[in-house]
Design a protein around this ligand. Structure first.
Ligand code: GLU
Length: 521
């Protein structure tokens, strides 16, 4: 029996921009596959483009993966048997393999300028051929090479592409073939030539050997790293399909074994064009900061091109691992539906235990300027009053079923974090009722509040008294409407009796009194 290959996959982002939904989906599918197969999940940072890469973007990727709970087994921070895991720290490997290709005549220096390359492409296109590299520098003589160098031209190293078909079996899309004659020799590294220099040492002139500095390009560094890191399966976005035959040829030239390939479907916006910022936020961080929970995000990402069959739509990470298989990944583009994410997030928010809700919602109240941390708990910014966890939990629970995302919590609960809400007295009277009637009703409400003891200020006790007052007047609106306005300053809110029960006797009485005073003016 052939030996089962140990599964090792990598997520290989370039830290050249915000960590976006598409990359997070690639990371998740790699992670799920690795865990399902008892394999290894490697994080490799592809930062060979020094100008566009930044440590800040790298940190954002690590933070995003950690938030989603996708822990990597080997990576730039944690190390591992094939360290380093940052391409900028692996240049010696690339140089060694590039020299091998040069020595075997499978790579060559190309000195064509941008303008020359463009002219070659135009010329091929005008003859109805594919606009590729013409191969002009394939067979330069030493003298020609030296002349270009004297002219101070910079060079790239090109891989000599055999003019034949290259096919591979994609685990999601089946057999894919490319006619490499149409592709032409592609560049695998930029080369800076360090000219021989005369060094003075101990009065003796020493000639330093000519050295070449390789700055590897994407296809080349990926092939070297996938080999050196023993990657068994390359799972990545469909936009990389056309890179795969180039990588296969490089592997063949270098005598490397080939990993298996699986290309994930494109992520689309609701109009079925490629997902972009035109469709709304695309960075994971933006969703996190807007108050989406990792559980909801994981599910929306997992369903971008995959589903477990059946009707389940909220799976834990453990369940996703158990159910995941590449065989169920679709070929067709997957639509990212922000409305569905909101719906899903609302379900996850609703399911949070009071302590967990407190933990994730409080930072949003703090950043909205309603609360501030104080003495191991929280203080209301406007009143300076210290809040107990149980009070905050009760406030949050009241709105738990109404929120689609945590960033909505401040606007929904703001009236709890003031001394007395601010509103126009004309808002107090119920439909068709005057200020006098309203004041009289609120005074009756005041009497009920007065009669309920502070330690038993519950929805049950309050309802009993308040509904009796309403019954006497033959209209609930005349009682509950001005009570709502007095407590919240708003026309719409949760049940005012529930709000009163959370505020407690003193605060409720104070707000009521403020309303009665407004009606007297
Ligand atoms: N660094 C590449 C990217 O961010 C991915 C490379 C790969 O998966 O082969 O698109």
């Amino acid at each position: 029996m052939p030996e089962q290959k140990q599964v090792r996959v990598r997520f290989a982002p370039s830290p050249t921009g915000s960590f976006h939904i598409g990359n997070a989906r690639t990371a998740l599918f790699n992670y799920l596959f690795a865990r399902h197969e008892d394999g290894t999940f490697v994080l490799r940072i592809e930062d060979t483009d020094a100008e566009r890469s930044s440590g800040e973007f790298e940190a954002e990727i690590l933070a995003g993966l950690t938030w989603l709970g996708l822990h990597w087994d080997e990576g730039p921070d944690s190390g591992g048997p094939y360290a380093p895991y940052r391409q900028s720290e692996r240049r010696t490997s690339y140089e060694e393999y590039a020299r091998r290709l040069l020595a075997k005549g499978q790579a060559y220096f190309c000195y064509c300028t941008e303008e020359e390359l463009e002219a070659q492409k135009q010329d091929l296109a005008s003859r109805g051929e594919s606009p590729r590299y013409s191969g002009r520098c394939r067979n330069l003589t030493e003298a020609e090479r030296a002349k270009f160098q004297r002219e101070g031209r910079s060079a790239v190293l090109r891989f000599q592409v055999p003019e034949r078909e290259v096919s591979f079996k994609d685990l999601i899309r089946g057999k894919i073939s490319f006619d490499m004659a149409l592709v032409g020799d592609f560049s695998i590294a930029k080369v800076a030539l360090n000219r021989p220099t005369a060094l003075q040492s101990g009065g003796q002139a020493t000639r330093a050997t000519e050295s070449l500095e390789f700055s590897p390009l994407y296809n080349f560094s990926v092939v070297v790293d996938d080999f050196e890191m023993r990657i068994s399966h390359v799972i990545r976005g469909e936009d990389h399909i056309s890179n795969t035959p180039k990588q296969l040829l490089l592997q063949e030239a270098l005598g490397f074994s080939c990993p298996e390939y699986a290309h994930l479907p494109l992520i689309l916006g609701p109009d079925r064009s490629k997902l972009s910022s035109r469709h709304g936020a695309t960075s994971l961080k933006a969703y996190r900061e807007d108050g989406f929970l990792a559980g909801a995000m994981l599910n929306i990402l997992a369903f971008l091109g995959w589903n477990p069959g059946g009707t389940r739509e909220m799976l834990s990470l453990e369940e996703l691992i158990k159910e995941f298989s590449l065989a169920r990944v679709h070929k067709a583009g997957a639509v990212f539906n922000a409305n569905r994410l909101e719906w899903l997030n609302a379900q996850y928010l609703r399911a949070l235990a009071p302590e967990a809700l407190l933990e994730c919602a409080v930072p949003f109240l703090v950043s909205a300027g309603l609360l501030q941390p104080a003495d191991g708990g929280y203080r209301i910014v406007k009143t300076g009053e210290q809040m107990s966890d149980s009070y905050l939990q009760a406030v949050l629970r009241l709105e738990q079923g109404r929120m689609k995302k945590l960033s909505e919590i401040a606007a929904l609960t703001e009236f709890f974090f003031v001394d007395v809400p601010d509103y126009d007295a004309n808002l107090l009277p119920w439909k068709g009722r005057g200020k006098e009637d309203t004041r009289e009703a609120l005074e009756a409400v005041g009497a009920v509040i007065e009669a309920v003891p502070a330690e038993d200020f519950t929805v049950g006790r309050l309802s009993e008294g308040l509904l009796a007052v309403a019954a006497e007047r033959g209209d609930r609106g005349i009682v509950l409407w001005p009570l709502r306005v007095a407590l919240t300053g708003r026309e719409a809110s949760p049940d005012p009796i529930e709000i009163a029960a959370i505020l407690g006797k003193d605060k409720t009485a104070k707000r009521l009194q403020a309303a009665i005073t407004k009606l007297r003016d």
